[in-house]
Design a protein around this ligand. Sequence first.
Ligand SMILES: Nc1nc2c(c(=O)[nH]1)N[C@H]1C(S)=C(S)[C@@H](COP(=O)(O)O)O[C@H]1N2
Ligand SMILES: [Mo]
Length: 414
Amino acid sequence: MPKPPTSAGARFDALRARIAAERVRGPRSTVVIGRLLALAFVLCFLTGLYSHVLQDPPSWLRLPTRPVRLYQVTQGVHVASGFASVPLLLGKLWIVYPRLFDRPLVRSWAHLVERVLIGVLVAASLLELVIGVMNVVHWYAWPFSFRPVHHGLAWVIIGALLAHIGFRLPTIAAHWRARPRLPAPVRIATASAAPDPVVSDPPAVHPRDVTAFAELDRRMFIAASVTAASALVVFTLGQSTALFSALNVFGPRRSGEGPQSLPINRTAAAANVLTTAVDPGWTLDVTGPGGRGSGFDLARLCAMEQTTADIPISCVEGWSTTATWTGVRLRDVLTAAGIAPDSRLRITSLQTRGGYRVSEMGPEYAADGATLIALRLNGEVLTLDHGYPARIIAPGRPGVLQTKWLSRIEVIDR
Ligand SMILES: Nc1nc2c(c(=O)[nH]1)N[C@H]1C(S)=C(S)[C@@H](COP(=O)(O)O)O[C@H]1N2
Ligand SMILES: [Mo]
């Protein structure tokens, strides 16, 4: 047993600490941090869903191709809200964890359902954030394919979250707004009927003062969680936008780094295209329905009208870098091959293996005048690592669909 504090000041501090500890774990804290966390989760969910749909669109859906930075923004928000969720979730768990051991463990069927839901919510959220952060830092240390798992967990989380909010609605409604007045002093004094020594001893300390200070402490805890979340965002956002690049402390990719001022994800060596990409006999085969089509060698592509566009590479991992691309409009190439420009396309790389060897493109991108078969990057011929002799660049799409080392473009009907 610690000795009871003797001086009035020490007793004040002890009482303040006790009340603060209770209040940090009180319903107002759970509501304040809970709604910030819910906001981050919903933003992360919606932008994640958008990213998922872009990579696997249903055939009837027409996606927006402009603004050209659209995906840079949505994926930037996705990664930032994911990062912000980490300290907020840890803060929320710190607030509520003693309640996980409340006795009796199960009071009713409804309570059992709620507890199971919370277990699912916490486990799925932790796993989702951990694999998300690992993906951003390129640490693929799991045996499963990332995207289906990340996507599946997202639905589990959002479902469990909605149910959790449903269960907690009375608490949320009761504590949504800060209490205008502090609770009555008797509530925070000791539970016994005996007069509180802090109150009765001179110099008298009114419990209302203790409560006010304890409330300050509680707010400091929330503020610390929010500060940690904001700091994580501010110090990583620089990989998503040049506006913050000076502050990019934790983001693994830096804008402007890499050959031709652009980071590289997969190198030509890793894609095993070192010989095929520099073959002087290289041609891009463009085929329409029924196998009609045309071959385009480099001389033919270079002789066509060249277009320049500023378009970012926006990787699903969160980094984005805008570059100036020059090349032939895809729709001009399709037209020259006798193919309608608003066709659905399959784009195949020289790469022989790997998931990003092939991409599909909806007619809205094929017909957009900013979609290029890029031959030059930032004023120079593409380096081998950036996709020489030719790559696809389209506005508003994830980097993973900006296929490098083009070999074949064919019309598909789905
Ligand atoms: N053929 C092929 N194209 C590819 C890839 C790949 O692995 N193979 N990676 C994609 C990914 S994930 C991104 S983010 C961009 C990166 O382009 P960069 O390396 O030129 O910056 O290329 C895309 N194009
Ligand atoms: Mo990527």
